[in-house]
Design a protein around this ligand. Structure first.
Ligand code: AMP
Ligand code: GLY
Length: 415
C-alpha cells in the first residue's frame, strides 16, 4: 500500500513513521511535510485539494491520513471521498466538534455529556453580564478555529473586558463557561462512527513555562500512558465517547476517524473540555511509538466499519516527549538558526525546521519533539531529556518538568 499523510508537523512525522513500520506499506508520502521529515520520507507540496487528488491517482495512493484540523475544516475529507479516495478523517460537518465550539457545547448539552456549564453571548455586554453571573475565574471561548488563542481564562472584570476585546465574536456568538478545577488528560478514540476503540491516555503540557505557568501553547511536551486516568476510562467511554458518536449518527453525520477528548478530571469525575477531530500534537508522538497494532489495520477497520474487530495493543513501556521551541514562542520569535545535533538520534519528530546550505535551520515556534521510551516514566524522561540536551540551536527553550505533574494531588481539588 501507498500512504499519503497530510500535514507538516511532529504529529505527521510520527504518523509517517508508524505507517512505515507496517509490512503492508510500500511507500509513505507526506504533504507538505518539512525539511526534517524529508530526511526520512518523501515530502510533496500539494497546495490545492485538486493537487492531492491528482497525486493520489498518479501515485496509486491507497489511503490518505489527514493530520491537522485545518484541511478537515476546509472539507478535504468530503472532497476525497467524492473522488473515490479512501481517507481517514471526519467529514467537514462532523469536524465541527472541533471547528465550532458552540456546535460542540450544544451537542454535549443535548446529550447530557458531563462538561462545564456554559452560556452563549452575542455581544460584549451580554458576555460581561454572563461572566458576572458565573463568577471568577470564568472562561471565554471563541467559536471557530483560533490556533490555540480562542480560550481565555479571566479572573476579574478588567481581564474579562480585555479578553472580549481580543476575541472574535462570530455570528454564532461567544461561549462563557464555568472554570473547571482538576487535572487534564487526553484520550483518543479510533471510530467507524458506531463502534470505537480508545488509545492510551496521554497528558499534554500546554503552558510555556515549568509549573504550568505562562501563556498557552500548542503543547510543550507530553507523555503516555497516564496510569492515574485508567480508573476513569470506562466512565469516559460510556458518558462521553458513546453519546457523542450517537449524537452525530442521530444528526445523520456519523463521525468516522479519530475523536480526541480533552478531559478535565474533577472532583465530580471526568468532564469534557474540548473535542478535536484528529490526533494531538505532541500527544501523537508519544502514543504512536507505543502502538503495537498495525496502523494500516486500524485504518482499514475504520473504513470497513469493523473497528470492533480490532484489538488495540500498546507496549507496556512509557513514552515522553519534550518540545524544543524557539525563544519568543508562542508570540514572535526569530527563525533561521542552525540545528546542531547528532545525526544518529532516533525518536526526533520535526515540526518547525527548514533546509539551509549546511543543514536544518529553525523555521517555526515548535521546532521538534524529542521522545524517549523507557520501562517507566523516569526512564522515558531521562531518555527524552538526554536527547533534548544533545540538540542545540540559538534561543532554544524547553520545559524541564514534562511528566512531573502530581495528578493525584490535583484530583483532590488542590488546584
Ligand atoms: P480548549 O481549546 O477548549 O482545550 O482550551 C484550552 C485550554 O484552556 C484547556 O486545555 C484548559 O487548560 C483550559 N480550559 C478550557 N476550558 C476550561 C474550563 N472550562 N475550565 C478550566 N480550564 C479550561
Ligand atoms: N496538543 C494539543 C493539540 O494537539 O491540540
Amino acid at each position: 500500500m501507498n500512504i499519503l499523510v497530510i500535514g507538516s508537523g511532529g504529529r505527521e512525522h510520527s504518523l509517517a513513521e508508524c505507517f512505515a513500520k507496517s509490512k503492508k506499506v510500500a511507500k509513505v508520502y507526506v504533504s507538505p511535510g518539512n525539511a526534517g521529515i524529508a530526511k526520512y520520507y518523501e515530502c510533496v507540496k500539494l497546495p490545492k485539494q485538486e493537487d492531492i487528488c491528482n497525486f493520489c491517482r498518479q501515485n496509486t495512493i491507497d489511503l490518505v491520513f489527514i493530520g491537522p484540523e485545518q484541511p478537515i475544516a476546509e472539507g478535504l475529507s468530503d472532497y476525497l471521498w467524492e473522488k473515490g479516495i479512501s481517507v481517514i478523517a471526519p467529514s467537514k460537518f462532523a469536524g465541527q466538534l472541533e471547528t465550532s465550539k458552540i456546535f460542540a457545547k450544544d451537542l454535549m448539552q443535548k446529550s447530557k455529556i458531563p462538561t462545564a456549564r456554559y452560556q452563549i453571548a452575542r455581544t460584549v455586554e451580554q458576555a460581561l453580564e454572563l461572566i458576572e453571573n458565573f463568577g471568577y475565574p470564568a472562561v471565554i471561548k471563541a467559536d471557530g478555529l483560533a490556533g490555540g488563542k480562542g480560550v481565555i481564562i479571566v479572573s476579574d472584570l478588567n481581564e474579562a473586558e480585555d479578553a472580549l476585546n481580543k476575541i472574535t465574536i462570530s455570528a454564532r456568538g461567544v461561549i462563557v463557561e464555568e472554570f473547571l478545577k482538576g487535572w487534564e488528560v487526553s484520550l483518543f478514540a479510533f471510530t467507524d462512527g458506531v463502534n470505537f476503540k480508545t488509545t492510551l491516555f496521554a497528558q499534554d503540557h500546554k503552558q510555556l513555562y515549568d509549573g504550568d505557568r505562562g501563556p498557552n501553547t500548542g503543547g510543550m511536551g507530553a507523555y503516555a500512558p497516564v496510569p492515574e486516568a485508567e480508573k476513569y476510562r470506562s466512565k469516559i467511554e460510556k458518558e462521553i465517547v458513546e453519546p457523542t458518536l450517537k449524537a452525530m449518527r442521530d444528526m445523520g453525520y456519523p463521525y468516522k476517524g479519530i475523536l480526541y477528548c480533552g478531559l478535565m478530571i474533577t472532583r465530580e469525575g471526568p468532564k469534557i473540555v474540548e473535542y478535536n477531530c484528529r490526533l494531538g500534537d505532541p500527544e501523537a508522538q508519544v502514543i504512536l511509538p507505543l502502538l503495537e497494532t498495525d496502523l494500516v489495520d486500524i485504518c482499514q477497520a475504520i473504513l470497513q466499519s469493523e473497528i470492533n474487530k480490532i484489538e488495540l495493543k500498546f507496549s507496556d513501556k512509557t513514552a515522553l516527549g519534550v518540545v524544543l521551541a524557539s525563544g519568543g514562542y508562542p508570540l514572535s520569535y526569530q527563525k533561521g538558526f542552525p540545528l546542531i545535533m547528532p545525526s544518529t538520534l532516533s525518536g526526533i519528530y520535526f515540526s518547525g525546521v527548514a533546509d539551509a546550505e549546511n543543514g536544518l535551520v529553525t523555521s517555526g515556534g515548535r521546532v521538534l519533539c524529542a521522545v524517549g521510551v523507557g520501562k517507566d516514566l523516569n526512564e522515558a524522561r531521562e531518555e527524552a531529556y538526554s536527547k533534548a540536551q544533545q540538540i542545540t540551536f540559538e534561543n532554544r527553550i524547553f520545559r524541564q518538568d514534562i511528566g512531573l505533574r502530581n495528578n493525584t494531588l490535583l484530583d483532590n481539588g488542590d488546584k
